[in-house]
Design a protein around this ligand. Structure first.
Ligand SMILES: [Zn+2]
Length: 142
């Protein structure tokens, strides 16, 4: 599994990460899935409704449904989501909370670590174990 993430989309995501800093920013990735390739065609910044947005993120379900409705017409579907880790020692690695909140094994995760001016981006895809627990496996970004 790899994700194809065009430079202009990456730049849009970085812009949102910097705008929301030091809060966590979050958003939805739209695109297409071709065999083992996720093709990202759009990133939409969403509101972070977590009670503590400095350490957590939560995307409003209604906002997800609205995005789905709008982009279904363009044959784009939700392929994943992104969020930032401001000033975290984890940088772009998933937190325990991230792993515990995997709800869809078909959605890719982009995590952006931001410490001052340095930014690190990683992509992950869920893996499900026999005991029904999940983890996030790092995937390549092209
Ligand atoms: Zn996280």
């Amino acid at each position: 599994m790899i994700i194809f993430l065009p430079e202009n989309i990456k730049d849009n995501i970085y812009k949102s990460v910097k705008t929301e800093y030091p809060k966590e920013c979050c958003g939805i990735l739209l695109g297409k899935v071709r065999k083992q390739v996720l093709i990202c065609e759009k990133a939409i910044n969403t509101k972070n409704i977590a009670p503590n947005p400095y350490q957590f993120f939560e995307i409003d379900n209604q906002e997800i449904i609205n995005i789905q409705k709008i982009y279904r017409k363009n044959n784009l579907s939700i392929i994943g989501h992104y969020h930032s880790h401001p000033n975290s020692i984890l940088s772009s690695k998933p937190s325990k909370t991230d792993i515990n909140s995997i709800f869809d094994k078909n959605l890719c995760w982009l995590i952006i670590g931001i410490n001052g001016k340095s930014i690190e981006l990683s992509a992950y895809f869920p893996v499900k174990y026999n005991n029904n627990s999940y983890n996030l496996k790092k995937i390549n970004i092209k």
